[in-house]
Every structure is written in C-alpha cells, then in structure tokens.
Write a protein that binds this ligand. Structure first.
Ligand code: FAD
Length: 564
C-alpha cells in the first residue's frame, strides 16, 4: 500500500511537474511569441545622419518604444563649432569627435548603426537604398536597403560652390573634419614651399597669400585662427618669410559677419584692419585657377585677378545629392533645401521628417493658414463670427503661430473686426478678411526661415524625439485645439526655435558674442565666456577633457607645425 501510495505520489508529483513544465513551456513560448510580436510591433525608426540633428534626436529618444536604426557614412559625431580651431592645430581633430557607438552604448546598445551612405529615398515604398563606404576588398556586398515606418532625414548639407569655375578643383572647404585636417597640412606646405631655395620674392609672396572666400562666421573664424597661427607660431619658425604673409577675406556683401549685430561686424572689421587681414567687401569671385583667383567688384564691374597660395571657400551650403534627388521626386526640385511643416514633417508625408541643415520649416504660408482657420470657423460664410468663435480662432492661431501674439497686440494691427448684433441681439464680430490679410502680410515678412546652425539642428532633434516619445500618449488622448482634433493634426505643439545667442572668435584671444536681449559683448572677457560655453557644450566628458587639455597645451607649448 505504502509502495503503491509512494508511486501514486511520485506520479502525481512528476505528472504535476510535467504539467507545470508543459505549462511553463507553453507560457515561455507564448511569452516568446508575445515578445517577438512586441518587437515586431515596434515601429521602425530610421535615422539618416549622425550630425547635430541626428544625434540630438537619438540622445532624447526613448528607444525602448521603437526599433531604431541609424545610417551615416561617418561613425562619429563632430563638434563643428571647433572645426576652425582644428585647421591650425589649436585643437586636435580627435578631440572634437565622439564615436557614435559610444553614444549608442549609453542607450543600452539597443540602436543599430550602419556605416553607409544613403543614396536614394523611396518614400512610396518606405525604403532607403544605401551603400557602405568601407573597403571594397573586404568580403561581402556593400549595397543594401532598409525599410522604415518613420524616416528622419538629418543628412546636413554640402558646400555650395554656386557653380563657380575652378572651385571644386582648386579650393579647400571647411565643412568636415577631413577638410580641417587638409587645410592644416596645406598651410604648412605653403610655408615649406615659400622657404625653398631658388624662389623669387614674388613667388614666396604668392605661396603665402591665403585667401578666404566668404565673410560669414566660418570664414572669419578661420581667418582669425590662421592669423594667430602665423603670428604666434610660424613666424618664429620661418623668420625669413615672416613679412611676406598675407591673409585676404573676400565677401560679396557690404560687411563681414553680416548675420551678427552691426556692432560686432564693425568691431571685427576694425580688428582685422589692425591685424593686417585685408577685407574685400562687395566683391564676387568669378573663377579660381591653381595660382590665380578672378573677382569682380560689384559696384564698378571691374574684374581683376589676384595670385594665391591657397583658397578656402566658405560661402554657404546647399542640398546633398540624396536630398536633391528626393526633392525632385516629391516636386520640391526648385527649392534650396527640403521644406517641412512646423512639426518637421516633409510636406505631403506623414512619416518622413527632415531636420537640421537639410531642411527648413516653410513658414511662408502663415497668412494663408491663419485665413483658413478663420474661414473654417465661419461655417455659414457670412463673414461674421460669434465672440466665442472668434476667441476659439485666436486660440488656434496662437497655438500654431505663437509669434503672432505680439503682433496681434501691437499698434500695427488694424481693427479688422466690427461689432455687430444678429437678429436675436447676440453680439457678433464682422471680420474684414481683406484688411486682415493685409495686416498679416507683415507677420509673413517677419517670419524668416531659420538659420543653418547647430543650435537649430540640436533643438529640432530634441523636439522631434520628445514628440516621438509622446506619440502613443497623444494618439490615445488627442490634445490641441478643438478644431483640429478630428484630423489629429495637432498632436503636438509646433517646433519653436529658441535663439540662445551666437559667438565668433576673432583671434588674439578675443571673441564676440550676441546674446538674447540685444546683449552684445566683445573682447578678451568674451573669449573666456566662449571657452566656458564650448567646454560645457561638449557631448562627453572625454571630449571635454581633450578639448580643455588642447587649449592648455596651446597656451604652454604653442601649436604644432609638423605636417603629418
Ligand atoms: P551635420 O552636422 O552636417 O550632420 C550631417 C550628418 O549626415 C553627418 O553625420 C553626415 O555624415 C551624414 N550624412 C551625410 N550624407 C549622408 C547620406 N547620404 N546618408 C546618411 N548620412 C549622411 N553652428 C552653430 O550653431 N554654431 C557654430 O559656432 C557653428 N560653427 C560652425 C563652424 C563650421 C566650420 C561649420 C562647417 C559649421 C558650423 N556651424 C555652427 C553650423 C553647424 O555645424 C551645422 O548647422 C550643423 O552641423 C547642422 O547639423 P546637421 O545635423 O543638420 O548636419
């Protein structure tokens, strides 16, 4: 009996165990299934680019919500505001870059990175075609494609040569880390060539004529760095040619740094004059050859050539080929960069976003949009609105265009409404649309497109990732003005840029800063502010340490003039 009961017990235990095992097996299979379903249910977000916009998006994104993939031909992020310092060795190239895989590691490694260039975007089939730029001799195919649910285009821009003959062949650019390294080597080459025996003084002078085309912040900062490099370090090493060096900045506008406050631009011009940097304003470069540059004075039409040893071209940016191709496909071929709405969606697409230098928020239709809001409230087309309807409309307008608020309150705003009474004696407002249209055209003119800066790109990346993080919540609880709830158009507030100011270094340990509130500061103390801001803005403690130690090294030992 006891054996029997023991057997029974064993059986029940083992069968229980078996059942439990089978159940747990089923459970884990179910969980596995659910997990794989969950994984496959996560929408695929594909980010193109690892610059300011792309990395800022990745930094703030809750990547547990999405299946995130990143494609970029660079496996690092570059801190571009310090690129001019790399051209002369004030800061080393490796000090301003952060490996993208380090950044991914901080996000629990859940983001997939592919080092490749996106060659084509097919938004209809939601697919991008890529090619890896890795060594062709390595085994395996370099071409592949990726499918997405959401595409984030953050590929930046490329140098704009305005099709000027000879620029691609004979000029240096300052856009990428490699460009800065090439410039550094070339500056040293010019000096080494100038001191070779057997050269005439004229030849030495030509080799040491450095021309910078473009008087924007990049051109000006490079000119200032070069001046410091030459006068603090190179003249001691190449004393025989120290009086033959010339630096010229050519600017098509009337002033250098013309996007800055005029107090800064005139300070920079005066400083350059004292330093012996020649500034040629109102001149346009017509062509560049190996030793000459031809330019035209805009005022007189006079054309003349100047000899040069080296030309750095820094006159603004244009769309990259993949963006140009995409713009052609979607009917934006005539534009300079991709147009998006204020939610950073490429016009006409719900799932393609573009941010940073490759896009601009198209705000030219402010007026049209505001009129549409008004007219949609005026359902019976009577030209009048009830007071409540009018308030609703204003609320909608302000959500979309907060900048209009100041204007609506300003003295420039004519009275576009007249108080009426309807048949029942209720107050109504008659809206004079023509008057209103005229009044708002001022707002349109004031709504300039955003500058192509790291500040804009980073803020857009952060804004978009926060929208992505809230997407589910917003789908369940649509927010925003009543009028747009049905269409879901206003899931999120539109992107608003907050300008935090801008800096330009002017050499000799002096800088200029334009800060919010019309606050302008120039000189040595501003340079210290610049040091602290740029040290604090570094993306990691590693690069912060490297950059600060490079600055210290430069103070103690000067810049390194070896050509490696
Ligand atoms: P980028 O930072 O250029 O990044 C683009 C990314 O896309 C890169 O990772 C690139 O490799 C990748 N990419 C390119 N092509 C493809 C492709 N086909 N497929 C996939 N990926 C691709 N701004 C400021 O606010 N303050 C400053 O002081 C300042 N100084 C500057 C100094 C210099 C010398 C330069 C060049 C720029 C400076 N800027 C400054 C401007 C700032 O760098 C840009 O506005 C900013 O980099 C734009 O960010 P982005 O993400 O759009 O593009």
């Amino acid at each position: 009996h006891s054996t029997c009961s023991k057997l029974l017990l064993l059986f029940s235990v083992s069968s229980g165990g078996l059942v439990a095992y089978a159940e747990s097996q089923a459970e884990s299979e179910r969980h596995g299934f659910e997990l794989s379903q969950l994984v496959s249910k996560r929408k695929r977000v594909l980010v193109l680019g690892t610059g300011w916009a792309g990395t800022s998006f990745l930094k703030y994104l809750d990547n547990s919500l999405y299946d995130v993939q990143v494609v970029s031909p660079r496996n690092y992020f570059a801190f571009t505001p310090l690129l001019p310092s790399v051209t002369c060795g004030t800061v080393e190239a490796r000090s301003i870059v952060e490996p993208i895989r380090n950044m991914i590691k901080k996000k629990n490694g859940e983001i997939k990175f592919w080092e490749a260039e996106c060659l084509k975007i097919d938004a209809t089939s939601k697919r991008v075609f890529c090619r890896s730029n890795l060594d062709e001799n390595l085994v395996g195919n370099n071409d592949f494609f990726l499918d997405y649910d959401y595409l984030i285009i953050a590929v930046g821009a490329q140098v704009n040569t305005f099709n000027t003959p000879g620029v691609v062949e004979y000029c240096y650019f300052l856009k990428e880390v490699e460009d800065a390294q090439k410039i550094r080597r070339s500056v040293i080459d010019c000096f080494e060539k100038a001191v070779l025996p057997g050269l005439s003084e004229e030849e030495r002078r030509t080799n040491l004529h450095f021309v910078i085309v473009g008087g924007g912040p990049t051109g000006v900062e490079f000119a200032a760095e070069l001046h410091d490099f030459v006068h603090s370090d190179l003249v001691k090493l190449y004393p025989s040619v120290k009086d033959l060096v010339n630096i010229t900045v050519i600017q098509s506008g009337d002033h250098i740094l013309n996007t800055f406050d005029e107090r800064i631009s005139s300070f920079a011009e005066r400083k350059f004059k004292r330093d012996g940097i020649e500034v040629l304003t109102g001149s346009r470069v017509e062509s560049v050859s190996d030793n000459f540059l031809t330019m035209k004075m805009k005022s007189t039409g006079e054309v003349f050539s100047i000899p040069h040893g080296m030309v750095v071209w820094s006159t603004g940016v244009g769309a990259r080929p993949v963006v140009k191709d995409f713009m052609e496909q979607i009917g934006q071929g005539s534009r300079r960069v991709l147009a998006t709405d204020e939610w950073l969606r490429v016009k006409g697409f719900q799932d393609v976003y573009a941010l940073g230098d490759c896009a601009t928020v198209d705000q030219r239709k402010v007026m049209e949009d505001i009129l549409t809001i008004f007219k949609s409230a005026d359902e019976d087309n009577s030209g009048t609105l009830s007071i409540e309807e009018f308030h609703d409309v204003i609320e909608d307008v302000l959500v979309r265009y907060p900048q209009v608020e100041l204007y609506l309150k300003s003295k420039h705003m004519p009275d576009v409404t007249h108080l009426l009474k309807d048949a029942e004696g209720n107050a109504r407002l008659e809206v004079d649309y023509e008057e209103f249209k005229l009044a708002l055209s001022l707002v349109d003119a004031q709504t300039k497109s955003l500058p192509a800066t790291a500040q804009v790109a980073a803020q857009q990346g952060e804004y978009l990732s926060r929208c992505f993080n809230l997407r589910k919540q917003c789908e369940n609880n649509p927010e925003g003005p009543r009028r747009f709830r049905a269409s879901g158009r206003h899931q999120f507030l539109p992107f608003r840029y907050q300008h935090l100011g801008q800096f330009a270094t002017l050499g000799g340990d002096q800088a200029a800063a334009e800060l919010p509130g019309d606050w302008v500061s120039v000189g040595h103390s501003t340079q210290w502010l610049w040091y602290s801001v740029y040290a604090s803005k570094q993306v990691s403690w590693r690069t912060r340490f490297l950059v600060v130690s490079d600055w210290t090294r430069r103070y103690i030992f000067g810049r390194d003039s070896s050509r490696i």
